[in-house]
Design a protein around this ligand. Sequence first.
Ligand code: TYD
Ligand code: MG
Length: 469
Amino acid sequence: MAKLQTSFVCAECGASYGKWAGRCDACGAWNSIHEEAGISAGPATKSLGKAKGRAVALSTLSGEDEPPPRRTSGIGEFDRVLGGGLVDASAVLIGGDPGIGKSTILLQAVAGFAASGAKAVYVSGEEASAQVRMRAQRLGLSEAPVLLAAETNLRDILTTLDAERPDLVVIDSIQTMWADHVESAPGSVAQVRATAHELVSFAKRRGLSVVLVGHVTKEGQIAGPRVVEHMVDTVLYFEGERGHQFRILRAVKNRFGPADEIGVFEMTGAGLREVTNPSALFLGEREAKVPGSAVFAGIEGTRPVLVEFQALVAHSPLGTPRRAVIGWDSSRLSMILAVLEARCGISFAAQDVYLNVAGGLRIGETAADLAAAMALVSALTGQPLAHDAIHFGEISLSGAIRPVAQAEARLKEAEKLGFTRAFLPQRIKRDSESGMKLHESVDLPGLLSDVFGTVADTPRPAARDIAGG
Ligand code: TYD
Ligand code: MG
């Protein structure tokens, strides 16, 4: 057996250190490193020795394999994020903030899998069986043939699974599980790692699927899901703004489907309801004709999604004005503000700037640059943008508007939702004619003066900036 000794581990990513440090070098998290017993120290000290193993059969890359069989939960958005259903004998991790709705969506999904004939077990380490039953009642799932256990002891759970031989087991949550061969407390990196490893390898051996719930932790008190990410086939994150009813299930890793796929849900009094047309939902609350609002035609996974970028610009009493962003990258906002100032002569210097993506969606695409820039300038000038227009395009440091992928899909979605105008980069190839009025532009200063008239107060030629004055 490997020698066990005390070491220091990061609760975020599981990296281990010889001594304590304030910041984890591996993942950059602050204050997440703490002392823990029971992690085997360093590389194995004993070599493999001379004993021979057995020869492994080698195969070629060619050859026809059946696509893996999949089970569907009947919740379309959930199955889609998995890549078309749950693959047999796969391991899935669902991470998310406490209270975001992981237990709720899983109970609904498990009921769906059970209804389609799978033998499903739901193991709750956080709630008593009565609590889970109450939730099931609220969700209208009391009659679903799901087997329930409230247990945290891994040995007992594995023994039970061995006897019951289910097709699917949900472990809610991995941080509450406890293996008696590991010294440290439940929720520690060593326990989370060991229990996840045991469960995943048991599942692979027995051909059952395992779904692990992992709480995301900000404080580093208990180990986060990242400790488990590399052990599983699929990693999903459940996201959403607190106080907002929208929830987004996002695949960040998937061996059996496209990563970055999203499923959109709405939290209601009777559980999570799938949203099949997210664009309509995200734009549903849009007010008519307010300055600072621009609709972005984005792509999330394989699907176009329309969202509203909202900007607010207000005079700042501070020496260093505030820049606050929700749902987008803050360094990207700084870049757009710099381009607006240096290339277009539009300064936000003495202004607080707020940018918000409505509906709680997080946008990662650089194609959102143009929508953000338009929202910002509209907020600054007080001129609302056309209500029936969408925007997309990447903005380069020179102020050029660069083409982005899947322009046709974005336009098609916008047209479907009744938009009639689009501001976009010049398209390289025109596969199809759009029924919309298209404003294709190559540079931001030109586009802004077309839309807003002359807004630049201190026009500065781009060449001077490049030459360095
Ligand atoms: P839960 O699934 O327990 O979150 P997690 O497992 O991620 O910690 O969800 C808890 C929240 O969801 C709680 O604030 C109540 C709310 N909720 C509803 O709004 N409607 C419902 O039908 C259910 C079951 C929960
Ligand atoms: Mg829960």
